[in-house]
Structures are given as structure tokens and as C-alpha cells.
Design a protein around this ligand. Sequence first.
Ligand SMILES: NC(=O)c1ccc[n+]([C@@H]2O[C@H](COP(=O)([O-])OP(=O)(O)OC[C@H]3O[C@@H](n4cnc5c(N)ncnc54)[C@H](O)[C@@H]3O)[C@@H](O)[C@H]2O)c1
Ligand SMILES: [Zn+2]
Length: 652
Amino acid sequence: MEDKIKRIKELVKILNEAGKAYYQQDTEIMSNFEYDRLYDELLELEDETGMIMAGSPSAQVGYESLDQLPKERHEKPMLSLDKTKDVSALVSWVGNQKALLSWKLDGLTIVLTYRDGELQKAVTRGNGEIGEVITPNAKVFKNLPHSINFKDELIIRGEAVITYSDFEKINAEIEDVNAKYKNPRNLCSGSVRQLNNEITAKRNVNFFAFSLVKADDLDFGNSREEQFRWLKTLGFEVVEYKAVTAQNLETTVREFESSIQYNDFPSDGLVLLYDDMEYGASQGRTAKFPKDAIAFKWADEIKETKLLYVEWSPSRTGLINPIAVFEPVELEGTTVSRASLHNISIMKSLELGAGDTIEVYKANMIIPQVASNHTRSGVRDIPETCPVCGGATEIRQANDVQALYCTNPECQAKKIKSFTLFVSRDAMNMEGLSEATLEKMIQKGFIHEYADIFHLAERRDEIVEMEGFGEKSYVNLIETIEKSRKTTLPKLIYSLGIENVGLSNAKVICRELGFDLEKVRKATREELNAIAGIGPIIADTFAAYFEKEENNRKLDHLLKELEIEAAPVVSAEEKIFTGMNFVITGSVEHFANRNEVKDIIESKGGKVTGSVTAKTNFLINNDAASSSSKNKKAKELGVKIITEEEFVSLLS
Ligand SMILES: NC(=O)c1ccc[n+]([C@@H]2O[C@H](COP(=O)([O-])OP(=O)(O)OC[C@H]3O[C@@H](n4cnc5c(N)ncnc54)[C@H](O)[C@@H]3O)[C@@H](O)[C@H]2O)c1
Ligand SMILES: [Zn+2]
């Protein structure tokens, strides 16, 4: 008995710490799987001993929230849901009733109040008694009606959620190292509970109604489904549901189950709700659960495997993510060999070391996770240097969570944008190297500097094994890379990503310095500043770039990979367009595109601008008859309109 009481106290402490991180800080210090397992252990012990500690998570819903946002008490407490993993328990629960089976959406629960047809108030669930007022944030949800065609008071509950695809995009872009999110639920909670709704607006939050709490004097024929239908007519999105009875309940559960992988909205199970409102109300409630609904949790498939090693994967924010790499296992129909461990605190709570026997599962049937560790050999070998750049790492602690960071501001993983520019169309033009692919390759340590991209063929075996890659995309990739070795000096200079130096500035500088790379990289601020169109700011960033030895070293490496096309030699007497201004509009036929025409004009001393002004000498347009605004303007100003053909004859 004493042991049991000791264990209860222990569990309450551990679970409350996890709950605090989960509900207050939008983070997790243990997996949901582990949390649910410990929670079930606590329930059993409480049952056996008849003892429930004050503050036991079995007696409270959610957790008190942080104090920045204004608070408000809910009119009706927002309870949790009783849960089962057993379909036959659902079948007996439903009895001879009709019920509605819907996704249990995994986001943040919100209560909305409309008065006079306007959204008055939005409050989060909080601890179930008191929530946070987030009205300005709800107003920027993607799919929420601000005004509705119903003037009396309307109160509804629903879930705010962010899709998996938006989660991945948004999380990758979050620069603040402490603000990374583990899953769509954390991101959604963090997004909805912002003090500044500009951030919420960028996060693509959706709202799905799942309960009508108040709309007096309306008769829904005692049916929840009728309520859902009515909410849709007001412009709300209602959670996807299906009407069921005991007969088709199991097959419907399986239908939901098999469509889960196509569902971009995160859900952590299903909810079954009696359609008959009076019957539902007659069932009453416990302190924690209403009895008119029950949640169904997926009985996660769980497999034992061996942890081979922990891979440390630096990201653009500096955070180095630990990833468990284990012997491959089949989970929910796919082969899985990797799972994010998220941070050092989670690794420590699992006492995870290479060689351990671990249990893995897919959270919400989607995201692979480590559930538990049988052998607990302990966390070792946290890298002291960043696997991408070799810079020093550092463990930082925020909100009780420890995570590893690369401290080197020049870390390539942080410079993903510069690699993206390098491969872009106007630069090295390597189609097929998306930002996501580049990021993966940088994380794997294939790419440290630009020149490494030309050596990816040496990584063939590893690349064809990469997620989303195969032999065919590998071959295509190498082909584009080979093609891109042939380039021009301005493109090369542009691709270096020197601040303020776009392709046209790069061209101007190269031309002025005779397409001589040595002159270009040694140009002084004065020389650069003297070039028409190059101001002191560009001159400064340009010169500063080439003053850095590191940059020159990397450029030299890169030059070994490239074949730079000979500079177009244009003598002074060939600069026939000096002082002339051209505008090009419409499509061209003799040339690949308008840029090619532009290059020719510029190489002969002319300028190309975007709009027709009094200073324009020629408007090149194959369709002089059209009533385009440029044609009109040219006619007004007496600017000569010439066809491509006429332009070509000008050249000779
Ligand atoms: N990892 C951790 O450290 C940690 C800590 C605390 C809690 N948790 C997780 O949280 C769970 C408990 O969460 P809870 O008590 O906040 O909620 P719950 O799991 O009891 O879910 C009930 C809530 O789901 C919402 N919901 C979503 N879709 C719905 C629908 N279609 N119909 C009706 N309701 C719908 C409602 O707000 C409802 O109140 C645990 O099982 C655990 O997995 C994890
Ligand atoms: Zn680094």
C-alpha cells in the first residue's frame, strides 16, 4: 500500500509537469504515448487505493494558462472526454441510439460567441473553467464568418487546427530558435495564443465547429445532426462526421482509419456523439467527462526495435534536431526507420543511447515516435561540434526544455536561403534542387559550400535512398547540375548572393570591368562607385564581400567546377546604342526571350527600362496595332515603335 501511494505521488508530479509543458508552453517533455500510459497507471492505482491526491490530473481538465492574455470564466465548464481504444466498447456505448462519428481534431478548443450577427468573443478552453480571450486572433482565422445571418446569441465550440502541410512550411520558416514547434497541435496552440494577431494571421488557422451550445428558441428536432446542418448554412465549417448506428459503427471506424493518411488535418482519434440531445443530456456527466460523447483513440501499432544511433540534424534556425535511427520496422503499413526525438529533454527522459531496445509507433497514425525504452543505457555523445559546419554547439534551456544549438552564425544550415539563390533560375539554374532537397542535403553533410553541389554524384548511393528520391530523380538532378557548369560571369557573381547585388547590377559591374573576374573581385569601393548605376551601398557590400578571405577561397573552389563563357567582346565603335533607351514589350520570336534582347542592347551600350517615358528612343513591339498602354504612351510621346525585325536590322 505504501509503495502504491508513493507511486501515486510520483505519477501526479510527473504528469503535472508534462501537463504544464503541454498546455501552457505548447511543448512536450514526453510523448503522448508515454503520458497516456502513465496516466492509465495512475487511474488504476487511484482506483485500487481509493486515494486521489489534490491536484491529480485525473481530477482536472487542461492546465491553468499563462497570464499575458485576458482570462474569462466559461459559462459551462469545458470538460474532457472519456476514452476507449476498443471498438466493441464503442458499439455497446452506442446501444440502440443513432450517433455521429467525427474526427477528434488535434488543435486547440475554442468557444465562440456571436451577438447581433457579429463575432463578439473567442475564448480558449484553458483549464476547462477559465480560458483565455483571443477574440482578435479568431478574427484572422482562415474560414470563420465575422458576421452571420442570426441575430440572437449564438455560442458554439470547435477546434482550431493547422494542416500538416502548413505546419511543415511554417515551422521551417520560424527563425526564433525557441519558437519551433513539435507538431501541428503545438503550432496551432502557439499561433492562437499570440498577443499579436498579425502572427496568427500568417499561420493559416482553420476552425471546425463540433458543438452548438446556445441558439435559443430554435428547434432542431432534438437532433445534433440538424444543428450541424444549420451551422453550415450560417457559413461555419463543421467537423467531418458520419451518422452511425451499432450496425455500421465498426466499418465506419475503419473507413475513417483508412482515410487518415489522406487527411491533412491532424486528428488524434474519433469522437462519437449521441444524435438524440435529450437522451445525451439524460446521461449526465462526471467531474471530468460529459456522458453524451466518447472519444475513440487509435490503438497505435507499436513495435520493438533497436536504436542504431542518434543522428544530429542542424536546421536553419540553429537548432540541431536529434533523430533516432533504428532497425526498420513495419508500422501502419509502411516501413519506418527514423523518428524525431525533438530535443535533449525528451532523450533524457527516455535515457536513450545507441543499442537500446526501444518501442516505436506512429503518433496519430502519422508521425513516427519513440514510445519507450526498455534498456535505458543513458544519453551519451551529444556532439560538441555541429555536424554541418564544425562550429561549437551549446545546450540551451527554455521553458524547462533543453535543446542543442549550433553557435556559428556562418553555419551553412543557417544559410539555406543563400544556397537556394545559388541554384535559382537567374543564377546557376539548377532545376530540381528545391529548397527542401537542399536543406536535407545540407543536413546530411553533403553540402558545405557551393562547390560541393557539383560533387553530389559522389553521394549517389545515399541520395537514391533519401526520402522522396529515387534513381530517376537522382539522374535528372545530376544532369541539371552538369548542364549548369557552363555559365556566364554575371550569373556567377549574382549567384554568390552578395547583399544588394541582383543580376542586373552584376551585369553592369562585369561589363564595366571588362568581364575580367580578377578585376571584378579586386574592385575598390571608389572604382565601383564610379560605375553608372552603382551607388555607395552596393559598392560597399560588393567590396566587403571580396575582402573576406573565406569568400575568395570558396569562389576559387567553385571556379574549378565551372566553365565560364567567354565575355562578349564589344569594341567602342560597336557600342552603337550608347545613350539610347529601349523598352521591350510583348513576345519575341528571333530571340529566346526578352532578356536576350536586353543583353544585346546593353552589350552595345544601350539601356532597357520598364516603362515608356519621354527619354525612350525605341519601343520594341511586334504588335504595333494593339491598344496596350505602352503603345498608347509611345504614340502620345512620339516614341518610335519598331518590330523585332526592324531591331535586328538596326543591329547590322
Ligand atoms: N505529451 C504530454 O506531455 C501530454 C501532457 C498532457 C496531455 N497530453 C495529451 O492530451 C490528452 C488529453 O487531452 P485533453 O484532456 O486536453 O483532451 P481530450 O483528449 O480529452 O480531448 C477532448 C477534447 O477534444 C476536443 N475535440 C476535438 N475534436 C472534437 C470533436 N469532433 N468532437 C468533440 N470534441 C472534440 C474537445 O475540445 C474535447 O474537449 C492526453 O490523452 C495526452 O495524449 C499529453
Ligand atoms: Zn553549424
